[in-house]
Write a protein that binds this ligand. Structure first.
Ligand code: BG6
Length: 463
């Protein structure tokens, strides 16, 4: 074996409630459920979240498959739109409580550590319509009530909690780049949403610490998508562009989560442009005092930045692109199905960044993986998909991660996106990411070659 990982390393995979469960018996619609209902053609092949990978009905057999491929930990999420019946009063749906308890019991029975996230792009649409969703601090408080309810109801079964998955993607998808309902382009609102999501996370952490969960050995973190910003060149203008992109895309969440405050350089620019968020001293104190116990980091691709070559068009109001343009690096290695650059070395850079700039806080890779279209063409005569490209992709990333750990970064696990092919938002089932394939017509699930490989990696704690 060439690469051995620290004792107790998490070998697992991540998914979410809205992408797996299906909409069976759900009290409310999320922004994605609603968007699909009003505009199904916006989704690949018009496939929506109604059935997803049928986890609501299949969880016992699904979790058995996860055990079979050797996962020792799995992240999924509790859906606000399923658990809470009355969003203002925070009353629960008893069937949802039964379902989530049964799921958690099944994970524990199979010896798989459940990591539970509280928000995976699934804001109840009613709260968008009534209050403007994450633009509103009242919604922040409703979220904290929901989180508190989860700690009370499931804290006996769950030790590892996550407040948000990729909060930056909420701001980007809903308010900048139009890939989440309501598909707005509004940089000022995006800034307020970034602040409010940080506040919601800190308030939920405060509620967690006041609950029985913390006293009984639980811990709480956040999952951030980090896209390290690399400048096109050594030229000061390119360096400056990349530094702003790093602040806006990464540090706007990384700093509050780990240092308790926003990057001053970012605040300065936003204030000068008149788009700094509305905050109060009391809220800033909550953010300062409630940093995370651990970090989950999703890494898929880097961000390459260059100084603007064209004038910024003010007509659509303030946007972060005022300070950079995306640089399409010639010769970049691409995943053509998703259009994302493959750059495994960034995982090492992330490890070192967390070590040197975030107090070497405990962290794990909470998502990394490769979405591939048309994987059925790789199904062999024995009936399983030979996804060697995925194994190679994982090995390369793990090799760089290993180097970061060897150099002292405090990383305790690696989760691939995703255990079982699941519903991917607008892309629906176009690209498949799983260790386990799903036949959408029959919901038959079969382990891919990468799933068998993961079994061995997990058993040997390395490869
Ligand atoms: C992450 C999300 O952004 O990447 C997942 O946490 C998502 O929810 C995954 O499915 C893969 O991205 P996509 O857009 O291809 O589904």
């Amino acid at each position: 074996m060439e690469y051995k990982f620290p004792d107790g390393f998490w070998w697992g995979a991540a998914t979410s409630g809205p992408q797996t469960e299906g909409r069976f018996h759900k009290a409310h619609r999320s922004v994605f459920d609603y968007w699909y209902d009003i505009e199904p053609e916006a989704f690949f092949d018009r496939v929506g979240p109604n059935v997803a990978s049928n986890f609501y009905n299949d969880y016992v057999q699904d979790i058995a498959l996860l055990k079979e491929i050797g996962l020792n930990s799995v992240r999924t999420s509790i859906q606000w739109t399923r658990l809470i019946k009355d969003l203002e009063q925070n009353t629960v749906d008893e069937e949802a409580v039964r379902f989530y308890r049964a799921v958690l019991d099944e994970f524990l029975r199979q010896g798989i550590r459940p990591v539970i996230n509280l928000h995976h792009f699934d804001l109840p649409v009613a709260l968008y319509k009534k209050y403007g969703g994450w633009e509103s601090k009242h919604v922040v408080d409703l979220f904290v009530q929901f989180a508190t309810k989860c700690f009370e109801l499931f804290g006996d079964r769950v030790k590892d909690w996550v407040t948000f998955n990729e909060p930056m993607v909420v701001a980007e998808g809903e308010y900048l780049y139009q890939f989440h309902y309501p598909n707005l382009v509004d940089g000022r609102k995006a800034c307020q949403v970034i602040y409010n999501l940080n506040l919601a996370s800190a308030k939920a952490i405060a509620a967690f610490r006041a609950s029985k969960c913390a006293a009984s050995g639980g811990r709480i973190g956040i999952v951030l998508n980090l896209t390290p910003a690399y400048p096109r060149s050594e030229e000061p203008a390119d360096q400056k562009a990349a530094a702003f992109a790093e602040d806006f895309k990464n540090n706007a969440f990384l700093y509050p989560a780990t240092k308790g405050g926003f990057p001053e350089s970012l605040e300065k620019v936003l204030a000068a442009d008149g788009v700094l968020w509305q905050s109060t001293p009391e809220e800033l104190a909550i953010i300062r005092e409630n940093t995370v116990d651990f970090l989950g980091i999703n890494y898929y691709h880097p961000f390459r930045a260059k100084a603007r070559e064209t004038a910024f068009d003010d007509d659509s109001g303030w946007l972060p692109e005022k300070y950079f343009e995306e640089y399409e690096m010639p010769g970049a290695r691409m995943n053509p199905y998703r259009g994302w650059e493959i750059y495994p070395q960034a995982l090492y850079d992330i490890a070192i960044n967390v070590r040197d700039n975030c107090g070497n806080i405990p962290w794990y890779v909470a998502e990394n993986g490769m979405g591939v279209e048309g994987e059925e063409r790789f199904r062999n005569e024995e009936g399983f998909i030979e996804d060697d490209y995925r194994i190679d992709f994982l090995k390369e990333h793990l090799t760089w991660l290993h180097k970061g750990i060897e150099e002292g970064s405090n990383c305790f696990g690696f989760h691939m996106w995703t255990p079982i092919d699941c519903w991917s938002w607008k892309n629906a089932y176009k690209n498949r990411y799983g260790f386990i394939a799903v036949d959408l017509a029959t919901q038959k699930k079969t382990i891919k070659k990468s799933g068998r490989w993961m079994h061995d990696v997990s058993a040997q704690n390395g490869f």
